[in-house]
Design a protein around this ligand. Structure first.
Ligand code: XMP
Length: 497
């Protein structure tokens, strides 16, 4: 029954995830027994095979911290200066689980209206009042809803309502001591301050409870010193070498992505050669690629992993604008076939809309998946929530959109800034998806069930079955795709992950 992947993908049609379907295998194990751990690069392994895209509306420190805590990993975008990227990376590496490293702050002269709008846009329950309204300056008080609930004048300054008599913890206290103090205080948050009284970080009841539930999560992704794993994207220009040097000098990243929509270039090979010599311990991820030939060139150059996909992303217009690319299922299969044989893991990047797409990407040879739109719109994504047509949304945009390129990302598309800028992406919004603390475990469990249906116990088992021709697939006609989706319903509720 069905076709092997070699048969299906060798017929001259380019397929994407929705075009193909796997035939079921035999089940003799529980879904909870499925092992999703997988290699991100030659040396880095993750418990959850999901990483976040280096895009300016997807991954900054907060996303990277939470992704690593959920067993995945985040890649910081580089639409910011090298100094800013190093600062973000340090925040991730210095993160202590259970704490908020960049707490919400306002100044004493800020008003109740400012507090209300901060609550709506950043999902915070309390705010620290500091001398200049920034973290790092002297802590003066704390405001929570309890202080403002019965006040009608929205222009009242927070200095008039804040709690000044504060419980604070010292920066030198151990994590256990701070959490014990929080437990006893019965307050929503406990600020940690330096010996000069500056706000350093905050322990909140919500993050503390989250830590208590931690055993239910996949193992946190950590480096050999127990700090969270982190990646960052960089370009291939001369100043990008200095950027990586700075990130490494701060001991702040474990892997870098050489970010390009077409990775098979002399720019990337030269950068790869430089990095392998200057930073032998650093894992270097090259791409993007969609063919075995491109993959071979970068593997020969020493790439530690390959990022696969060209024009498959939700915000991408590369295939339409440049007429180059490949259907993502075919690209993942063909690149992984060549890369896995050489011991190099692949990352299926772009086009992941649901858990089924993750099952397909991993079963077609990818070791991990990279998500942009799926993670955009979550609490951890950069940016604030706002309303469009009655729906709560956050902004999301392609790094090749005119808006993102205006902030500096045009290098990814080999754009010549002297001339006309050609957009290869769009800009828009995605709906509020809540926290990835809920989303990632849901996705992981759905993927385990997909593997169980296929009779596969692990990601490496899926790769072995694919190689042996033991996994069977078929192409789906458009009627079969329509049948596979919800149909003939007047109305229905659907979880939107
Ligand atoms: P998803 O589908 O997860 O895709 O939103 C995220 C991936 O899309 C790529 N990317 C782009 N591709 N034009 C493109 O052609 C763009 O402007 C653009 N921005 C991001 C990137 O690989 C990302 O991980």
């Amino acid at each position: 029954d069905g076709f092997t992947a070699a048969q299906l993908f060798g017929q001259g049609t380019t397929y994407t995830y929705d075009d193909v379907i796997f035939l079921p295998g035999h089940i003799d194990f529980g879904a909870h027994e499925v092992d999703l751990s997988s290699h991100l690069t030659r040396t880095l392994k993750l418990a959850t095979p999901i990483v976040s895209s280096p895009m300016d509306k997807v991954t900054e420190a907060e996303m990277a911290i939470t992704m690593a805590m959920m067993g995945g990993m985040g890649f910081l975008h580089y639409n910011m200066t090298a100094e800013e990227q190093v600062q973000q990376a340090k925040r991730v590496k210095q993160h202590v689980p259970g704490f908020v490293t960049r707490p919400a702050t306002l100044a004493p002269q800020s008003t109740i209206a400012d507090f209300e709008s901060l609550k709506a846009t950043r999902d915070v329950r309390g705010v620290c009042i500091t001398e200049d309204g920034q973290p790092g300056s002297r802590l003066l008080g704390v405001v929570t809803s309890r202080d403002t609930d019965f006040l009608n004048d929205r222009l009242t300054p927070l200095s008039e309502v804040m709690t000044r008599d504060l419980d604070t913890a010292s920066e030198s206290a151990s994590v256990e001591q701070v959490l014990e103090q929080l437990k006893k205080s019965k307050r929503k948050l406990l600020p940690v301050v330096s010996s000069q009284g500056q706000l350093v970080r905050v322990a909140t009841k919500a993050t503390f409870l989250e830590e208590q539930r931690a055993p239910r999560r996949a193992a946190t992704s950590v480096d050999s010193a127990g700090r969270l794993l982190l990646g960052a994207a960089v370009g291939t220009r001369a100043d990008d070498r200095a950027r990586v040097d700075a990130l490494r000098a701060a001991d702040a990243v474990d892997a870098v992505i050489l970010d390009s929509s077409q990775g098979d270039s002399t720019y990337q090979l030269d950068m790869l050669a430089y990095l392998k010599k200057a930073h032998p311990e650093l894992q270097v991820i090259c791409g993007n690629v969609v063919t075995g030939r491109q993959a071979r060139s970068l593997i020969d150059g020493g790439a530690d992993a390959l990022r696969v996909g060209m024009g498959s992303g939700s915000i991408c217009t590369t295939q339409e604008v440049c007429a180059v690319g490949r259907g993502q299922a075919t690209a993942v299969y063909q690149v992984s076939r060549m890369a896995n044989a050489r011991g190099v893991p692949t990352i299926a990047d772009g086009g992941i809309q649901n858990s089924g797409h993750i099952v397909k990407a991993l079963s077609l040879g990818a070791s991990t998946v990279m998500c942009g739109s799926l993670l955009a719109g979550t609490t951890e994504a950069p940016g604030e929530y706002f309303m469009v047509d009655g729906v709560r949304v956050k902004a999301y945009r392609g790094m090749g959109s005119l808006e993102a390129m205006a902030k500096g990302s045009e290098a990814r598309y080999h754009s010549d800034t002297q001339n006309l800028k050609i957009a290869q992406g769009v800009s828009g919004t995605v709906r509020d998806k809540g926290s990835i603390r809920n989303q990632i475990p849901f996705l992981a469990q759905a993927v385990r069930q997909g593997f169980q249906d296929m009779g596969v116990r692990s990601v490496s088992g899926a790769h072995a079955a694919l190689k042996q021709g033991a996994v069977m697939l078929e192409a789906r006609s458009s009627a079969a795709q329509a049948e596979g989706n919800i149909h003939d319903m007047h109305s229905f509720n659907k979880v939107r992950w």
